[in-house]
Design a protein around this ligand. Structure first.
Ligand code: PMV
Length: 357
């Protein structure tokens, strides 16, 4: 009888409110600063990954949205799978050392795997698909290999696939502690608050363009580290204070402070991109007009009632509390009707369901 072991896991996308931008070590993916994100509901943006292991498989293979990819062409994929396998091999060794009978030890670390991964959203839309992708891969490997490591420990494995993926290992509000070591042992994700902590907080995703970004985050942040003068100021003097203030705002469910820091940090990340030489500009005129609408909305309410944030692309994510979100969503659809070139018809996340049911 063919022996097959299988695990299936779903991992969601996360959207940073304090941005990760810059590596101090690109092989281990160690960041120059800590970052903090909100993990979105699995219902909208997530990756579902099934991994099978069998002694009869001759090589590792991976299918992404039904199309086979060459694993060996991606150093990051190889790194994450190899790291997880080493943890499994250590577990098998421990079982041997503990006197477990050899026929009772399954040598999963020596078998090849088949990985099947599907996104429930357009991969090209620039919506952190690598974060959910690597988090799902590593969680599924953890389940398949029955690894005893904690989620924070496993987040270090996801980190070597894609930095921001380490934050998608948890739901709710998640910090990625940059750490100081050279080996990455202290660079991992921790949950700051779970998804039930702030039930009124909602996210609205506005797809401005579904095109792939022109400059990858890896290439962009490398050039920023090498050329931007503003960048050092951000890393040294701005982010540490913002991390502390943001964690406090989340703990106290203080939306005004959460919103202001979120917008300021997005703005500074894009300012640092513009200060890169040659400059990088991820936002476009539509992104900027969405930001203006949010500020006009906040001025009309006399408080920070909504916050925008943009990653390495023109699409906006807006955070607001439930009551304000209803009005803001109405205003945005009035300014940019659904199905227009601005908001794509098929992708307009339900703002009333950020954390799922
Ligand atoms: O993990 P990467 O290489 O996809 O970089 C993500 C960078 C940003 O999305 C712009 C910011 C962040 O913290 O997610």
């Amino acid at each position: 009888m063919t022996k097959i072991y299988e695990a299936t896991v779903t991992a969601p996308v996360n959207i940073a409110v304090i941005k990760y931008w810059g590596k101090r070590d690109s092989a281990l993916i160690l960041p120059t600063n800590s970052s903090l994100s909100v993990t979105l509901s699995q219902d909208h943006l997530s990756t579902r990954t099934t991994i099978r292991a069998s002694p009869e498989f001759s090589t590792d293979r991976l299918w992404l949205n039904g199309i086979e990819e060459d694993i060996s062409a991606s150093k990051r994929l190889v790194n994450s799978i190899t790291t997880a396998r080493k943890l499994r091999a250590a577990l098998e060794k421990k079982q041997r050392d503990d006197g477990v009978a050899s026929e009772d030890i399954v040598l999963l670390s020596e078998w090849s795997i088949h990985v099947c991964s599907e996104n429930n959203f357009p991969t090209a839309a620039g919506l952190a698909s690598s974060a959910s992708g690597y988090a799902a891969l590593v969680s599924a490997l953890g389940a398949l290999f029955q690894l005893p490591q904690s989620t924070s420990d496993l987040s270090r494995v996801a980190r070597v696939g894609s930095g921001s993926a380490c934050r998608s290992m948890f739901g709710g509000f998640v910090a990625w502690r940059a750490g100081e070591s050279n080996d990455g042992s202290d660079s991992f994700a921790v949950q700051v608050a779970d998804r039930h902590h702030w039930p009124d907080l909602q996210a609205l995703i506005l797809i401005v363009s579904e095109k792939k970004k022109t400059i990858s985050s890896t290439a962009g942040m490398q050039t920023t580290v090498e050329t931007s003068d503003l960048f050092a100021e951000r890393v040294r003097n701005v982010v540490p204070k913002r991390m502390a203030a943001m964690e406090k705002a989340i703990a106290e469910r203080d939306f005004g402070t959460f919103a202001e820091i979120t917008m300021r940090d997005s703005n500074q990340f894009h300012a640092v991109c513009l200060d890169t030489y040659p400059p990088i500009s991820y936002m476009n005129d539509v992104s900027r007009s969405i930001a203006s609408i949010v500020h006009a909305f906040n001025t009309a309410r006399g408080r920070a009632a909504a916050a925008y944030t943009y990653d390495a692309g023109p699409n906006a994510v807006i955070y607001a509390l439930k009551d304000d979100m209803r009005d803001l969503a109405e205003l945005v659809t009035y300014c940019f009707p659904r199905g227009s070139t601005i908001l794509s018809e098929d992708f307009y996340a339900d703002p009333f369901n950020m954390f799922g049911s």
